[in-house]
Every structure is written in C-alpha cells, then in structure tokens.
Ligand binder design. Structure first.
Ligand SMILES: Cc1ncc(COP(=O)(O)O)c(C=O)c1O
Length: 390
C-alpha cells in the first residue's frame, strides 16, 4: 500500500531538486570560504549561489541579508538576540513556540477573533510602546492553516515606526513569500518544511540590526581579525557575522535548489490544486460523526492545506497511530508546539485527551505530492475508526 504522507506541516518529503543538488555536490564537498583548492572553491560557489537563490525566492532588497540558519527556530532566536536594547516585541499567543518564546521583552496579545481584530490589536498595542518595537507574527498557522493579515499588520507597524518579523515556516511551502509583497522586514523559514530536509533554514531581512548585534556564534568565519587580548576581536558584517563555524553546505544547496525550482514553478496553479484538495478533505470530513474542524478566527479566512480536528470521545493520538498502522496514513496528533493556541481551540469541545493525559487535536496537512486518493483514504479510514470507537 502506498504510504499517504499527510503531515507536510511537520516535515515535507525531499523533492528531486533538493536530492539532485546534494548528489551533485557530494563529490565536491570542501571547506566553504576557507581554501583555494577546487573543492573549496566549488563549495564556496555553491554555498553563495544557494544564498542568491534564496534571496530571489524572498525578493530580498539590496540592503537585506540572507543568513543560513538551522531552521525557523534558530532564525527567530538569532533575530531575538539581534534586537536593539529595549526593543519590545508584540506577539499573539497563537504563535508556534518558535515565535513565542525567543523574544526577551514581549507584549503578548490574546488570540483575535478575526483578521481585522488582529490588525486593530497590533495598532492598540503599538500605541502603548515606547522605544524600538517589533511585531513577530506567523504568516500561516501551523495548527489551523489560517493565513494572517501580514501585509496589513506591517502597514500598521510601519506607521508606528516598528518592524515586522514573519514566521513563514508554514506559508513558504504553499505560497510566494516576498519581503516586498508582504511588506515586512524579516522572514524566517525551514528547509525541512520546504522539501529540502538537510538541516538548513533562513533568516532574511534588514541587515542593520544584524550587523550591529553580537555574532550569534562566536568563532571562525564570524571574526575578521583577532588580537592577543581577550575581547580584542573585529567581527565581520553581513551574513558571515552570524554563520560562525563551517556552514551546512549541503543543507544550503538543497534549500537553494528548491527555492529556485519553486520560483520557476506556476505557484498559482499549485495553490489552486491545493485548494481543491482542501475542499475535498473538508467535504469528506462532514461525513465523520462528531469531528469538528477548529479555527482561530470566527468565519472563513484564507488558508493553506492544514486542517486540525477535535474528535470528541476519541484519543487523537490513538487515532493517529491506528491511521498509520492500519491504513498507511501519516498525520499528527497533539498540540503542535502551539500550546496556548491549541488549548484555546480545544476549550469548549468535549475532546478526549491524548493517552498521556494532555489535550490534543488531529492535524492533516498537504503538500506537493498529495493526491485525491490520499485524501479519500484518510476520510474513509477516519470514518471507520470513529464508528468503531477505537
Ligand atoms: C509556524 C511554525 N513556526 C516555526 C516552526 C519551527 O520550525 P523548526 O522546527 O523547523 O524550527 C514550525 C514547525 O512546526 C511552525 O509550524
């Protein structure tokens, strides 16, 4: 039986462009930025080419930096450490923990009921902030798939002299993420959610705060000159300042290759196809007794191919295990590293906790390889499991 991977929001399978980029580079792997031999030169070229491809993918402006990180978590932690002293970060409590926990001095806003309310809440919060401010917001929720009004939040933030960082981990695989179109200052995303699972991620955006901040990792590559006394160091500027040590060449090359492939692809067609799958799934779910699709916003909002379900009377973790073991379907159960949001979505639903006693939802998510029959198989398997009260 074909395995139906419906857990793209966690990690997406490697696509050919990423695998080929890695395969092609393996014979040439050498030290990036640190040698004159053919391997070193080839590796340096490949690494910087990957950076250019990512820059094109995010529509980087001339003064923007593209820094390779390990993943979105790493990228947002890097930005959090680069904030000017006294910066207040405004975040909603709906964020993934990667975009909730790193910010040192934060003003946390409760989940808004609508996108309009999200924009208004940011505006009200900004009016109370003195000193530098950053709004850190997700572009698409990893729990509900709902798309946040990033452009409007950015307009409000900029009118107040604040900056905006976007957690694009879930939007980048589904839709173009151009800094200019979104109107934001920083974007972070992960290779493993973008079909390039080789351990690279990205922070892209304005270089001034990054160049003024202490290096994220002190060491070789980040340092331009080191004197004899402790602390006698001249740090580099640009991406190298925050990429101390030997970088993840294969991860960057794989991610750059996928960014280039997606940039060339007809993304409007891919998005239309994904919306068809989403409609098929949501239609099918109406036949599952008691299943409730959860959303943060009241009313319909645009969304990517992610759906989370409350399954009253059923342990979502057990259902997920049965889907895998009996039907060859991979989904995810739990709170998806977004505990405050998941708790809120579950409140008021008569859900059964997961086996470990924690509340949870069942999440289904799509990507480029998802087929109609994957969705149909999931719906019929869920129907069978729910009716037999597993
Ligand atoms: C919206 C969102 N932000 C951040 C992350 C963290 O990504 P990573 O684990 O690749 O750092 C995730 C991962 O699920 C996510 O869905």
């Amino acid at each position: 039986m074909r395995f139906a991977h419906l857990d793209y929001a966690a990690s997406a399978p490697c696509v050919r462009a990423a695998a080929d980029a890695v395969q092609d580079l393996i014979p040439w792997c050498g030290s990036v930025h640190r040698g004159t031999g053919i391997r070193s030169r080839t590796s340096t070229r490949a690494y910087e080419r990957a950076r250019e491809r990512v820059a094109t993918f995010v529509g980087a402006r001339p003064a923007d930096a593209v820094v390779f990180t390990r993943n979105t978590t790493d990228a947002l932690n890097l930005l959090a450490r680069a904030l000017p002293d006294g910066t207040t970060t405004i975040v909603f409590d709906t964020e993934h923990h990667a975009n909730l926990l790193p910010w040192p001095r934060q003003l946390r806003l409760p989940c808004p009921e609508t996108p309009d309310e999200a924009v208004a809440a940011v505006e009200r919060a900004l009016a109370t902030v003195r000193g530098p401010a950053l709004v850190a917001v997700t572009a698409a929720s990893n729990v509900t798939g709902e798309i946040w009004p990033v452009r409007r939040i950015a307009d409000v933030a900029h009118a107040h002299g604040a900056r905006v960082a976007v957690d694009a981990a879930q939007l980048a695989p589904h839709s173009p993420v151009l800094l200019t179109d979104l109107g934001v200052d920083y974007l972070a995303f992960s290779g493993h959610k973008l079909y390039a699972p080789f351990g690279a991620g990205v922070l892209a955006g304005r270089s001034d705060w990054l160049d003024a901040a202490p290096p994220y990792l002190s060491g070789g590559g980040a340092s331009a000159a080191v004197g004899d006394q402790p602390g006698d160091v001249t740090w580099t500027t640009g991406p190298a300042r925050h990429e101390g040590g030997t970088p993840n060449l294969l991860g960057a090359a794989a991610l750059g290759a996928v960014c280039a492939a997606l940039h060339r692809a007809d993304r409007a067609a891919l998005q239309a196809r994904e919306q068809e799958l989403l409609a098929r799934l949501r239609d099918g779910l109406t036949t599952i007794p008691g299943a409730v699709e959860v959303t943060a916003f009241r009313g319909a909002a645009p969304r990517v191919g992610i759906v989370s379900l409350a399954l009253p009377g059923h342990d979502p973790a057990r259902i997920a295990t049965h889907l895998a073991d009996r039907y060859g379907i991979g989904v995810r159960a739990g709170q998806f590293c977004a505990h405050p949001l998941t708790r809120r979505l579950i409140a008021g639903q008569a859900t059964t906790p997961c086996g470990d006693g924690t509340p949870g939802l069942l999440r289904v998510s799509f990507g480029l390889g998802t087929r109609d029959d994957d969705v149909d198989r999931l719906v019929s398997a869920l129907g069978a499991l729910i009716s037999t009260r597993s």
